[in-house]
Design a protein around this ligand. Structure first.
Ligand code: UVW
Length: 336
């Protein structure tokens, strides 16, 4: 029993990786797993699994997240951009530019930190649910917003991923070839197992599961002017399927990434019986410490793997080492 909780959520693994664990299932990516990943390198070819970070473009997918905005650094009261140093001293030929960026950490290709989604839960076992995150870390104490609107996750921030390195074995499941673009299919346990069996895909403990749905190609095709059809396109996992959630628990997957918006379907509300809008997020981020990667660019890798009869690869995907952030852009690289 930890000081942070007397009772843990049903189906959670809180405490299994230590009372103060902040890395969750990333703990399953150990030296042995990295060597297994290295075994998957046969040609040395690499794939960039990030969209350009100004994609998808606009705000169709999420009205509250905006494309990155670059601006010049101000130096001596003027923009330090294409700056001609001869303004200071006639003899100098230097030209210099320096920029700053307003970056919504979850606008484009990203990881969700474990501080991204929590739940009201009765950790004290006294009938009083309180807002907590994975392993009982507290909203307001560990994940805080100051009066000036300054925010920081002092626990479970993205730095816990960054310092791990997030290098391991990726396993790609090609949902696109089975589900297409329209209509959107919600893939539950039965269909996922059928697809993996048909394609001979095996997932082992400590693997990072990558689900290619084809949404990345649609996003790129729309050339930063996406329309609302994106919200109804390509496969998503069915987070309400309890057998699927149980499989995620039993499989020992270290993390899940997809090229879609949220790995699972995003609905305004779920069935009446359900107390969360995003049950797969709750299961992964809150209960099991499984990080979720979203809006990755998997298309070229998926096609290459298909052409070569493979599913596994070395995946290197550390987020920005940005202490206290609850999400981060990521530039994942696959090596085959
Ligand atoms: C959604 O955008 C719904 O998911 P996430 O918050 O994980 O990005």
């Amino acid at each position: 029993m930890s000081q942070r909780w007397r009772k843990r959520p049903e189906g959670s693994n809180w405490g299994d990786f230590g009372p103060d664990d902040q890395r969750g299932r990333l703990n399953l990516i150990d030296e042995k797993k990295v060597l297994q990943a290295a075994d998957e390198i046969r040609t040395g070819q690499t794939f960039c699994l990030s969209l350009p970070l100004d994609y998808p473009g606009g705000n169709v997918l999420s009205p509250v997240r905006f494309p990155p905005r670059l601006q010049p650094v101000i130096r001596n009261d003027e923009p330090y951009y294409n700056y001609e140093w001869r303004k200071k001293e006639e003899r100098l030929t230097d030209i210099a530019s320096d920029d700053a960026v307003l970056l919504y950490t979850q606008y484009s290709t990203q990881w969700d930190a474990l501080a991204h989604r929590g739940s009201l839960f009765d950790v004290g076992d006294d009938g009083n649910p309180v807002p907590v995150y994975y392993n009982g870390y507290r909203a307001g104490e560990d994940v805080v917003m100051g009066e000036a609107g300054d925010v920081a996750a002092h626990a479970l921030g993205i730095e816990n991923m960054a310092t791990h390195g997030v290098q391991g074995r990726g396993v790609l499941v090609d949902l696109y070839s089975h589900c297409g673009e329209f209509p959107r299919r919600e893939v539950g346990y039965d269909q996922l197992m059928r697809i993996m069996e048909a394609d001979n895909v095996e997932v082992e403990q400590g693997d990072i599961l990558c689900l290619w749905t084809g949404l990345d190609r649609m996003i790129l095709r729309m050339n930063k002017q996406p329309d609302a059809s994106l919200k109804e396109a390509c496969a998503v996992l069915d987070g309400h399927d309890k057998r699927l959630l149980q499989w995620i628990t039993d499989s020992g997957i270290a993390a899940i990434a997809s090229d879609n918006l949220a790995v699972e379907n995003v609905r305004k509300s779920g069935p009446d019986c359900c107390t969360t809008t995003l049950p797969l997020h709750e299961h992964c981020l809150f209960k099991l410490g499984i990080h979720l990667g979203e809006l990755w660019h998997l298309a070229e890798l998926a096609e290459w793997l298909h052409a070569h009869g493979r599913h596994r690869f070395m995946l290197t995907a550390p987020p920005l080492h940005l202490p206290g952030a609850v999400g981060s852009p990521v530039m994942p690289t696959a090596t085959v």
